[in-house]
Design a protein around this ligand. Structure first.
Ligand SMILES: C[S@@+](CC[C@H](N)C(=O)[O-])C[C@H]1O[C@@H](n2cnc3c(N)ncnc32)[C@H](O)[C@@H]1O
Length: 404
């Protein structure tokens, strides 16, 4: 996901060296069952968004009324609860699993869950060296440019800070449009709201309808069956999963993610999937790994570890696993540590997988889409970067649910 950061020599030992007591049994989740470039214009839009949302929802509560930061005014009670420290800690602890080789695993989506993790990601994605954002946007804009029908709705899954959606909506310049953003991370979704409400206010003549849902965990197989497929409205619906988000879950999670999305798109709608490809050039992966040394990005990767109070107890190492086509980040303990308030304990030498990014082949992308209910798959490849945008149509053929 972060292929072209300059290494930049930023290494800050006090942070990376940063850094209680039951051992997780090997192989199972802690809780049973399904776990439950930047342009000044963009910044100005987001400031607008702040003001606009206050106008819509009323003023932010003052600190003495329970507010703890300036984003509080953005959050509904449900959002606030999902972004709450205690809830997050519980979600993180319950999500830790242990593989048969003894490695602990934290799902990558938790790195976006805390306000700190979300804001480190936003900063990292604005780094001018992070070319993936503009490379992908170019491919997406080319897709929209060749569509002959007006767009009725954009349904975006995992919109991040809403930057790409805002650029696409601005470029489409339609008088009416609906946009719905889904995410499991309320903290990051509030950034997308800020961006898109800003866009709405900046376009007073247009009817931009905005909706957001922070309750959808795309990796939860239970949510596939409870989804109700929306009916097609006027104009085509376009679903989007951008920014190499599909590379972050394991193979079963990727299938679940696509099946969850397919179930939430009208028949015959279009779906856009942005994914990083296995690099062809000999030294491309060295360059990619150099990108993972960017300070904000490492802080983002380690945000859950920090939230769990473990950051002082080890260090991050990011590796390329060539056989599996995965970039994997491990937090390795250099001392004994436990998660405060729990009896979960880690020993020196233990490691937690905190980051995972699978690189795809084009054939793999097509096969995965076809297996999860999409057809007419087309793949546009970037000329400058190992990245592709796949477009596909929702066919309604029964997807395989959660299997790989
Ligand atoms: C890599 S970022 C991409 C953001 C944006 N699409 C972009 O291209 O810049 C991943 C996004 O997907 C969301 N996400 C990750 N895993 C998710 C899951 N299991 N369910 C719902 N959203 C998820 C994250 O919170 C974040 O907004």
């Amino acid at each position: 996901m972060r292929p072209t950061f300059d290494s930049g020599g930023f290494l800050d030992p006090s942070f990376w060296q940063a850094g209680a007591p039951r051992r997780l049994p090997i192989g199972g989740p802690m809780a049973g069952g399904s776990r439950r470039s930047d342009s000044p214009i963009f910044e100005a839009l987001r400031r607008y968004g702040d003001a606009g949302d206050r106008a819509i929802r009323g003023p932010a509560p003052r600190p003495e009324e329970g507010g703890h930061d300036r984003q509080q005014g953005f959050r509904s009670a449900g959002e606030q609860w999902r972004a709450d420290d205690g809830f997050l800690r519980q979600r993180m602890v319950r999500s830790i699993t242990r593989r048969s080789d003894g490695t602990f695993v934290l799902p990558v989506n938790l790195a976006y869950a805390s306000h700190a993790g979300a804001s480190h990601w936003v900063k990292a994605s604005q780094d001018p060296d992070y070319v993936l954002r503009e490379v992908e946007l170019e491919l997406v804009e080319a897709f929209f440019a060749q569509l002959r029908t007006p767009i009725g709705e954009i349904r975006e899954f995992g919109p991040g800070d809403g930057y790409k959606a805002a650029k696409i909506i601005e470029r489409l310049d339609q008088p009416t449009l609906k946009y719905t953003g889904f995410d499991v991370n309320a903290a990051l979704l509030s950034e997308a709201k800020k961006t898109l409400y800003g866009m709405k206010i900046a376009r007073p003549g247009s009817e931009l309808q905005l909706a957001f849902d922070d309750s959808l965990d795309l990796e939860d197989p239970f949510l596939i069956d409870v989804a109700s497929r929306p009916l097609a409205g006027a104009g085509v619906t376009v679903g989007m999963l951008l920014g190499q988000t599909l590379g972050n879950p394991d193979s079963r999670g990727r299938t679940t993610m696509l099946a969850n999305i397919e179930a939430r798109l009208p028949l015959d709608s279009q779906f856009l999937l942005g994914a990083a490809l296995v690099p062809q050039e000999h030294d491309a992966m060295d360059k990619t790994l150099a990108g993972y040394r960017a300070k904000d990005y490492r802080r983002h990767i380690l945000a859950a570890i920090e939230h769990l109070g473990l950051i002082e107890a080890g260090r991050l190492e990011v590796k390329w696993e060539p056989e599996q086509h995965n970039v994997v980040g491990y937090f390795e303990f250099d001392r004994t540590a436990s998660i405060p308030g729990t009896d979960l304990r880690f020993e020196e030498g233990d490691r937690v997988q905190v980051f995972y990014s699978h690189r795809f082949t084009e054939a793999e992308l097509a096969e995965l889409l076809e297996r999860t209910g999409f057809g007419d798959v087309r793949i546009a490849r970037s000329q400058t970067f190992p990245y592709a945008l796949a477009s596909a149509r929702v066919t309604g053929s029964p997807p395989e649910r959660g299997e790989s």
